[in-house]
Ligand binder design. Structure first.
Ligand code: G6P
Ligand code: MG
Length: 215
C-alpha cells in the first residue's frame, strides 16, 4: 500500500516549466543552438548544469566554453529564471493540485518534494505550499540528477518508508525513469509518458480515486 507521495515541482505543482523553458530558450539563442520542441522536452526535469550541457551539445558547441564560462552561462540563465518566478502567487499552482495536496494531507499521507531545482524552496514559498511538505530533498547533495533514481530513493528515506510504499508524481520522462528506477509507483502527468504506471493528461484529473482506478 502507498503511504507517501514524492512530488516533482516544475510542471506538476507549479506552472514554472514554461519559465525554465523561456530562460533556456534565451540562452540557446545566445550560444547559437536552435531551439526545438524536442530540445525543450529533453530538458524537463534535468539539472541546471546537465541542461546547459544538452543545449551546448545540441548545437555542437560543447567544446567552445571553459568551465568558468559555462558556470557564468548557467548563472545568467538562473538570474533570468529567478526574475520570472518572482512574479508567482498561489494562483500559479496548476489546476487541481491544491485540492490533491489537501486530499493527501487530510488523509495523512507522507509528502516530500523531489525537485531537481535549487529554487524549489523559494517557489514553494511564493505558492504558499511550504507547510504541506515534511521535507524537501536537497538536490545539491545528490551525486546524480534525474533520470538517476537517487532523488526518489532519498525522498523515501526522508519519509522513513520502503520504496514500494512510495508514489512519485512527474511531468517529465527523466523523472518517470527516476521513479521507476527507484522501484516506486510512477504517476505521469502529460502526454507521451509511456513508462508511467499511472497516467493522466492534465493535473486537473489527479485524485486518489482516479489513481486507484488505474491500479
Ligand atoms: C527542475 C526543472 C528543470 C530545471 C531543474 C533545475 O527539474 O524541471 O527544468 O533545470 O529543476 O532547476 P534550477 O532551478 O536548480 O536551475
Ligand atoms: Mg517537472
Amino acid at each position: 500500500d502507498i503511504k507517501g507521495f514524492a512530488f516533482d515541482m516544475d510542471g506538476v505543482i507549479a506552472d514554472t516549466a514554461r519559465f525554465h523553458g523561456q530562460a533556456w530558450h534565451q540562452l540557446a539563442d545566445k550560444v547559437g543552438t536552435e531551439w526545438t520542441p524536442e530540445l525543450a522536452d529533453a530538458l524537463k526535469g534535468v539539472s541546471r548544469m546537465d541542461s546547459l550541457e544538452l543545449i551546448l551539445k545540441a548545437g555542437g558547441h560543447e567544446n567552445e566554453y571553459t568551465e568558468e564560462e559555462k558556470n557564468a552561462l548557467a548563472t545568467e540563465k538562473n538570474d533570468n529564471y529567478v526574475r520570472l518566478v518572482e512574479t508567482l502567487t498561489p494562483d500559479d499552482i496548476l489546476p487541481g493540485m491544491k485540492a490533491f495536496l489537501d486530499e493527501l494531507k487530510d488523509t495523512h499521507y507522507h509528502l516530500v518534494l523531489a525537485s531537481a531545482s535549487k529554487n524549489a524552496p523559494k517557489v514553494l514559498q511564493y505558492l504558499q505550499l511550504t507547510d504541506y511538505f515534511e521535507g524537501i530533498v536537497d538536490p545539491a547533495k545528490l551525486s546524480k540528477g534525474k533520470p538517476d533514481p537517487e532523488i526518489y530513493v532519498e525522498a523515501a528515506k526522508t519519509m522513513n518508508l520502503p520504496v514500494n510504499q512510495v508514489a512519485g508524481v512527474e511531468d517529465a520522462q527523466a523523472g518517470i525513469q527516476a521513479i521507476n528506477g527507484a522501484g516506486e509507483l510512477s504517476i505521469g502527468i502529460g502526454s507521451s509518458l509511456h513508462d508511467a504506471d499511472v497516467k493522466f493528461n492534465t493535473t486537473g484529473e489527479v485524485s486518489l480515486a482516479a489513481i486507484k482506478k488505474q491500479l
